[in-house]
Design a protein around this ligand. Sequence first.
Ligand SMILES: [Zn+2]
Ligand SMILES: [Zn+2]
Length: 142
Amino acid sequence: MGSGKIFECPECGNRVELYEGIGMMWSHFDTSMFYPAKKGSCELNFYGEINKKIIKEAQKFIEESEIARVADAYLQSYICEKCGKITTKLYFRIESEKGTYRPKYFCRCGCKYRRMTKKDEKHLSCSKCGCKFPEPMELNWD
Ligand SMILES: [Zn+2]
Ligand SMILES: [Zn+2]
């Protein structure tokens, strides 16, 4: 199950949809252990839109480990530290004896996205015209 929020700018009509959680289509993560001894056998099966560079990075992390596993994966709202743009990305964690891999996402403005908090949600504004977003419309999905 997951939930979504739809923000609509009253000034310019800019519409932003945010989704969080794990829905049906996201529940097929391969959470089995990866034993990269078999080089090239590691294949991360992430459905939906995900940056190819991130997948490559994650696969490299796995291949350099003895044993690795996908510890967590869900949709998460992110906010750009600089321009305030909000978006939905796949958050995941891969753990191995080397440590933990988490994806780093970057906004078009070049700045890093960070995970959004409840506090951020109260101060969101439209990234197109700067107008403050009113309360979002909420929805549930699976
Ligand atoms: Zn606007
Ligand atoms: Zn930005």
